[in-house]
Design a protein around this ligand. Structure first.
Ligand code: SF4
Length: 216
């Protein structure tokens, strides 16, 4: 049996620029996740972005579009950003894993949580995005992204919305993944989750504004 690779490093370009990284990531075969997926979904945004948001992985719609956060969870993210006074175009959006991991149930493709070795395999892309963009603020969306970058003992439920001590960026915070809002059982709890999510984003926007120019 041929062993699957488990590292994106050999696929990194020599020169680190967002364009070169995006093009190289298109051909990444650093783990098995590229095979059933439609395409790589690399991060999106400007090199000059002061804020980076990192989610878990692309979903069904993102896999088809080749862009992050364009499906239902992306619409929730947009609502939260708007409520927090952040222009989406001012942020760099990406995921810890760049290919959609799913299982097929009939005609539907159901999201599957990436495993640690898949997250580790993909990590060189995120590290490169962080190295190029060097955001002043970093928001980790959901437990998978937060644990990947802050350690497996980190609990989003306990520390959401807090300003965290980390070498990843001057301002680091974590909150829920916007897809959690969609999973809320009824409209009242969805509204509560939306409000709390926007407040977590607002904490970072305000802190960033205190460091220099307002973000939006
Ligand atoms: S998930 Fe990441 S490491 Fe795996 S093939 Fe896709 S881009 Fe490469």
């Amino acid at each position: 049996m041929v062993e699957e690779p488990n590292d994106a490093t050999p696929f990194l370009p020599e020169r680190l620029s967002l364009k070169a990284l995006r093009e190289a990531a298109d051909g990444c075969r650093g783990c098995h996740l590229w095979r059933p997926a439609t395409q790589t979904v690399f991060g999106e945004g400007r090199k000059s972005s002061r804020l980076m948001l990192v989610g878990e992985q692309p979903g069904d719609k993102e896999d088809q579009a080749g862009k992050p956060f364009v499906g239902p969870a992306g619409r929730e993210l947009d609502r939260g950003l708007e409520a927090a006074g952040i222009e989406r175009a001012d942020a760099y959006l990406t995921n810890v894993v760049k290919h959609f991991k799913f299982e097929e149930r009939g005609r539907r493709r159901i999201h599957q949580t990436p495993r640690r070795f898949e997250i580790d395999a993909c990590r060189p892309w995120l590290d490169s995005e962080l190295a190029v963009v060097q955001p002043e603020a970093l928001i980790l969306l959901g437990a998978i992204a937060a644990k990947a970058l802050l350690g497996s003992s980190f609990k989003v439920t306990q520390h959401r919305g807090e300003l965290l001590d980390s070498e990843l960026a001057p301002i680091v915070s974590a909150t829920i993944h916007p897809s959690a809002i969609l999973r809320a059982p009824d409209e009242a709890s969805r509204a509560r989750e939306r409000k709390a999510f926007a407040e977590d984003l607002r904490v970072v926007a305000r802190t960033l504004a205190g460091l220099g120019h307002p973000l939006a």
